[in-house]
Write a protein that binds this ligand. Structure first.
Ligand SMILES: Cc1cc2nc3c(=O)[nH]c(=O)nc-3n(C[C@H](O)[C@H](O)[C@H](O)COP(=O)(O)OP(=O)(O)OC[C@H]3O[C@@H](n4cnc5c(N)ncnc54)[C@H](O)[C@@H]3O)c2cc1C
Length: 263
């Protein structure tokens, strides 16, 4: 997504509030939010930066809660990437344009039924789930919430405290769903840690390791899945799920999974 357009009536000019750096490549940033901006958790915004005199637009999943008066995003700085190199240099107060419309179909309300909600992410594909899990309804809609985050190195397993806090808050409010966090690393050896799996989401899914870790079977009747991040991972997960009788959600209804490619 790299159209060069000008910021017009399609977007509002917001400003950067803060950048939190998790690693030298991973950052969470916050912008001001226009009072009439609307989104549903799971959707993405199209953000614009003025780079060398031209507007450059990129899609970013919104990680903040629906009711917050700021917008938050979780980003990787792509080496040599036009947008993210500029993003990495921003200072609080700098302008960021936000398209007035929000986009995307990764919203849990598209699942009419199902008991177990699996959220699979590589890298910053975690983004939509951070917002979704701050939505009370999702803790009432499902019995089990299973968040699988796969990264290369352990230090990229971000937002862990946030998820622990959400889990504790849900328990304190007697919300019915249980949240399980399954963290995966492809490069670091996670063997010493019981909640850590080694390898890729795709191999763990094929080998049944994800289901064993969660103590839940993936079935057409009970499972609903979202898959977000690396397009190769998503293509393979779609194949695996189809082999097992699950299908993509359609506008007309039905289906068990929704996917979003980040590039
Ligand atoms: C619907 C949608 C939602 C998105 N949400 C997010 C988000 O929440 N956070 C985020 O970091 N990115 C997200 N992206 C990707 C983002 O829009 C940009 O592609 C990314 O910031 C790179 O822009 P760039 O100009 O710096 O690099 P470009 O010059 O456009 O380089 C693109 C290349 O960088 C790599 N790349 C792009 N995005 C990623 C990524 N997220 N992780 C690893 N490698 C990547 C790919 O190899 C891709 O070919 C999303 C993309 C889409 C389509």
């Amino acid at each position: 997504m790299s159209e060069q357009t000008t910021a017009t009536d399609k977007a509002t000019q917001e400003s950067l509030i803060s950048i939190h750096r998790w690693t030298d490549k991973l950052l969470t940033f916050r912008t001001t939010r226009s009072a009439d901006y609307r989104f549903t958790p799971g959707q993405f915004a199209r953000l614009g930066l003025l780079i060398n005199g031209e507007m450059v637009w990129r899609a970013y999943s919104i990680t903040s809660a629906e009711a917050e008066d700021q917008l938050e995003y979780y980003a990787i700085v792509v080496p040599g990437g036009l947008f993210t190199s500029a993003l990495n240099q921003l200072q609080p107060g700098d302008p960021v344009w936000v398209e007035k419309l929000s986009y995307g179909f990764m919203t849990p309300d598209r699942f009419a039924d199902g008991e177990d909600f699996w959220m699979l992410a590589t890298g910053t594909g975690l983004g939509p789930y951070i917002s979704i899990l701050q939505q009370r309804e999702v803790w009432q809609q499902f019995r089990h919430l299973i968040l699988v985050h796969c990264v290369r190195h352990e230090e990229e397993l971000t937002y862990q405290e946030k998820f622990e806090t959400l889990r504790a808050e849900a328990a304190a409010q007697n919300l019915p769903a249980q949240l399980q966090l399954i963290r995966m690393t492809t490069r670091d050896d996670g063997a010493a840690q019981p909640d850590r799996l080694q390898g890729r989401i795709t191999s763990a899914l094929r080998e049944g390791r994800l289901e064993r870790a969660a103590g839940l079977a993936i079935t057409t009747a009970s499972s609903r899945l979202m898959v977000c991040g690396n397009p190769d991972m998503i293509t393979e997960v779609r194949e695996i799920l189809k082999e097992r009788g699950l299908g993509p959600c359609r506008r007309a209804g039905g289906g068990q999974f929704i996917t979003e490619d980040y590039w």
